[in-house]
Every structure is written in C-alpha cells, then in structure tokens.
Design a protein around this ligand. Structure first.
Ligand SMILES: [Fe+2]
Ligand SMILES: [Fe+2]
Length: 277
C-alpha cells in the first residue's frame, strides 16, 4: 500500500469553509467583504470563532463583537488558521469508538497545540496562535488511517498495545510508512505551509527535519508533555520517550517546563470545550 492509496477520498480535500477562504485569500481581487461573507455563511463557525477570539486563548484587551471586527484585529490569515482549527474535527466524525476514541484523540492534540504555543512563548516567538496548529494537527495522519483504512489501523493499534511498541514503529512494519508521513501528505494536499507539513512528518524524529528542526523538536516535546500530563492520547500504548538531545538542542531545562504545565493545566478545559465541545 502507498500513502496515495489512503488519500484518494473526500478526506484529501480540505474542510470546505477553510478551502473557500484559502481560495479567496489567494485571489488578489478578493475584498475584505468576501472574506467576511465566507465566514458568516457558516453561522456555527462564526459564533464559535467569536467565542474563541474573546477568550483567554487570545487575551485581547477589548471585546470583539463581529466577524468584520475580528478580521480587522487578527487579519484574514490568522482568522483562517483559527477557522481551520475549529472545523477540522468535522472531517473525521464517524470513526468507530472502539477503534479510536475521538474525545481522547482531540484532547491529546488540542493539549499539544497549547503546549507548542507555550514553548514558543518561552523562545519569545511572535504569532504563537499560528503555531497552535502545529500541535493540533501533528497526529492527524492517525485519524486518516482510522477513517480510510480501518482494518490496518486496528491491526497497528492492537499490535502496539500487545507488543508494547510505538505506534509509528508498528505502522512502519505493517505499511512501510507512518501516521506522521500520512499526516504530512494530507496537509500538503490541503496546501498548508511547508512548516506545518514538515513538523508533522518529523514529529517523532525532529532532528532529521531538513528545514525546521527547531519547530519539529517543539512539537515532539509538546507531544510527550501532553502524554505526561495525561491529556488523552492518539493511540500510543505508553508515554513516548523524549528523543535524546532534544532538550540540549532546544537549550531548555526540565524545570522550565513546569510553568508550561501549570499554565496549560489551568486553561485546558475551557479551550478544549471551545474548539471541540
Ligand atoms: Fe505521532
Ligand atoms: Fe501525538
């Protein structure tokens, strides 16, 4: 089997609203009103976006009362990212619960997104909202496998469990590729930035990432911290070990992570409900 065989279906196209927005952004003739209309055409999305923009996720100083206002403050790119983070879950509904528990899956990935942001803040990064997507989408290939190839996904999840192996090791043995590569290819098809594609592909071996090893290492670390903090999971039977040299590479000390854990712990439930509830 090849990755292309898994990505032939509807899943390979990006979520509809996001796709419309992205197409409009790429069209030089689009106006601000076009962007606002695309978002407003989905009432559920609009109200959710406004809740998120007004929450501690952004920590803006004053209230944002309309999509036009949100576009003014955040810009269309950032609101587009946020729209993707809000609608991506709908693409993967209907996966049998006994195969993978979607609540647990999104808990793990939303927590990873929040932790990526916090680590990036330590490094003094700007636009950490954008980096939330790196964590949120890192294991998305696992969901693609569950949706498009349930039999193989079940075999991999069971084998990892019984044999006490990492999921990506078992996938490599069974398929010749892993959920990380499937996820990277999916995001590539969705025309997401190279940074996101690369950190997804290399989240288990970040130092091999050709262009963005630092961001891949941040996602790798966030993935493990999310497991350590017991925020759901993507099917790994045990907490994956932190790759050797990652902390040295990022020039981080373990004790710097306790502040991150506290901060994510206190904001997690509210943010989880906003994105997933
Ligand atoms: Fe993974
Ligand atoms: Fe993960």
């Amino acid at each position: 089997m090849e990755i292309q065989d898994i990505l032939t279906n509807e899943v390979a196209s990006p979520p509809t609203v996001y796709h419309k927005l992205k197409t409009a952004i790429e069209n030089p003739e689009s106006t601000f009103q076009d962007f606002a209309e695309i978002i407003r055409s989905d009432a559920g999305l609009s109200s959710r976006l406004l809740r998120i923009v007004n929450s501690s996720f952004y920590g803006l100083s004053g209230p944002v009362d309309s999509i036009t206002h949100a576009l003014n403050i955040l810009g269309v790119d950032q609101l587009g990212d946020l729209a993707l983070a809000t609608v991506v879950m709908t693409k993967f509904q209907g996966i049998p619960k006994d195969l993978i528990n979607l609540d647990n899956y999104w808990r793990h990935n939303i927590a990873s997104g929040l932790i990526v942001r916090e680590i990036a803040l330590l490094f003094g990064e700007a636009n950490t909202e954008k980096l939330y997507l790196l964590g949120l989408l890192h294991d998305i290939g696992g969901l693609v496998l569950c949706k498009e190839s349930a039999g193989i996904a079940r075999t991999c999840l069971n084998r990892a469990n019984y044999e006490g192996k990492h999921l990506h090791q078992v996938e490599q043995e069974e398929l010749g590729f892993t959920h990380a590569q499937v996820g990277g290819e999916l995001l590539n098809r969705w025309r997401l930035p190279e940074l996101m594609v690369e950190t997804t592909i290399y989240h288990h071996n970040p130092l091999n990432a050709p262009k963005f090893p630092k961001y891949a290492a941040i996602v790798h670390l966030a993935d493990i911290l999310a497991y350590e903090m017991d925020f759901g999971g993507s099917g790994e039977p045990f907490i994956p070990p932190l790759g050797g040299q990652i902390m040295e590479f990022l020039q981080l000390e373990r004790q710097q992570l306790s502040g991150i854990k506290l901060s994510v712990q206190s904001s997690f439930e509210e943010i989880f409900q906003m994105f997933y509830g």
